[in-house]
Design a protein around this ligand. Structure first.
Ligand code: ZN
Length: 446
């Protein structure tokens, strides 16, 4: 490690992985055993604290009542706070950012990139940074991972220079017993060294972008090899069914997905039984329809922070959509369940009849096709898709025919499909990969 990395990892360890964080995790774990009424009352108290902080810090909240009992906080939220979104913050920063709009010396800034390329800044207090770590660690405990165990990380970090051709394609962070691997070196010529290193390090868990873990899975499959990492925690990108299957077959025993975002207004974690639980002690989550009313079925995720009072985002609408799953999970946690958030709404594509096509359905068209290294489905016009394929060595005209045939037979017979071979498919600015993209909608919006 370079001196800069030493300082950065050592500093992180001091700031985030301290006894305070451990205490917070223990406190959060107790919430898993509460009753529904206790969770409800905990939420109302936290919500009241946020709404009063918003009133004190943000100009657009000045009209909000200064006094109200905690029991009434959900009603106050709906009566006095409009649903806002990224554009609201960008268009009217004076009303929506605290003070001068700049972070204080002890505060940090979170940035989102998004697919539209419009970056957003969110000011974060130190407590928010610590709480984020505690929520993450609680999820890790669901997967049997405890502090100090060996972990490997395969995300977007620039671990070593991308042009490096000889190992190591990783660095070891001794402060956290963590092996950080370069996802940019998941390719022939480099990946064998990465697989060997992972095998000998034998981590108890892997933290990964779904696309990176899936690419590793494909390379393992091509080599007839298999890793046995007990749990793979995926986050930051939608996780598709075909990716999960491949990761479980080749990389790890179990995939546990997590849903969160830089704005930190919602956090959902997959339990041992495969349910995705909204963490009700993290934020106040609503699902709303296009008019901002409570959604009956599928709706946009709208969240209100509980832990970032430095810049309290209230009723902040994301572009993700999901629906509530009624009932209780057999894992016993009193946390509500949602359907997997499979993709960004802005990336949803439509078929020949104008109806939305589920990415999970699209995956069927690619089942059993082994000569494809990477693919992407982009909507480029009305009922017109471009399927981009990075071919593996054995890719033939028969494979090409099968992709197009499968889409027509299994997904949509009326859509026009152009298959384009590529050397590489670009990621977003943040190094994330989107399997389904809607470039037509983006072009019309620009
Ligand atoms: Zn559960």
């Amino acid at each position: 490690m370079t001196l800069r990395q030493e300082l950065s990892f050592g500093g992180r360890r001091l700031l985030r992985d301290n006894w305070l964080c451990e205490r917070l995790v223990a406190q959060l774990r107790r919430h898993e055993t509460l009753g529904a009424e206790e969770i409800d009352s905990l939420q109302r108290i936290a919500l009241r604290r946020t709404l009063l902080a918003a009133r004190g810090r943000l100009r657009y909240c000045r009209h909000v009542p200064a006094r109200f009992p905690a029991e009434r906080s959900p009603e106050v939220l709906r009566e006095h706070f409009p649903v806002i979104c990224k554009e609201t913050l960008l268009e009217n920063p004076r009303e929506h950012y605290p003070g001068s709009g700049r972070p204080k010396p002890w505060q940090g800034t979170g940035k989102t990139s998004g697919t539209t390329g419009t970056p957003l800044r969110v000011i974060r207090g130190p407590r928010s940074v610590l709480m984020e770590e505690a929520f993450l660690r609680r999820h890790w405990k669901w997967g049997g991972f405890r502090d100090g165990m060996r972990r490997a990380t395969l995300r977007g970090d620039l671990v070593v220079p991308p042009e490096r051709m000889r190992p190591p394609f990783w660095i070891f962070n001794r402060y956290n017993n963590q092996l950080l691997l370069s996802s940019r070196h998941l390719r022939d010529g480099c990946v064998d060294a990465i697989i060997d290193e992972l095998e000998s390090f034998a981590p108890r868990m892997l933290q990964a972008y779904p696309s990176a873990a899936c690419a590793l899975g494909q390379l393992l499959a091509q080599r007839g090899r298999r890793l046995e990492i007990p749990v793979v925690f995926t986050a930051s990108e939608p996780l598709y069914a075909h990716q999960r299957q491949l990761i479980e077959e080749r990389v790890g025993a179990r995939v546990m997905d997590m849903y969160g975002m830089a704005e930190r207004v919602a956090f959902a974690t997959e339990c041992e039984l495969g349910s995705l639980h909204v963490n009700p002690d993290y934020s106040y989550v609503e699902l709303v329809d296009d008019d901002g009313n409570s959604a009956r079925g599928e709706g946009y995720v709208v969240g209100t922070t509980f832990h970032n009072l430095a810049m309290p985002l209230v009723r902040y609408r994301l572009t993700d959509r999901t629906r509530w799953i009624p009932g209780a999970c057999r894992c016993g946690r009193p946390f509500p369940m949602i359907e997997p958030v499979t993709g960004k709404w802005e990336d949803a594509i439509t078929g020949s009849g104008g109806a939305f096509v589920s990415p999970s359905v699209l995956t069927f068209a690619f089942k059993g096709l082994h000569n494809i290294r990477k693919s992407q489905v982009a909507q480029v016009g009305p009922a017109r898709w471009e399927v981009r394929v990075v071919p593996a060595p054995g890719f033939s005209s028969e494979d090409r025919r099968r992709v197009v045939h499968n889409i027509h037979a299994l997904v949509d017979p009326g859509v026009r499909v152009d298959l384009v071979l590529k050397d590489e498919i670009a990621c977003t600015a943040a190094g994330k990969f989107r399997w389904v993209v809607n470039e037509w909608r983006a072009a019309r919006a620009a």
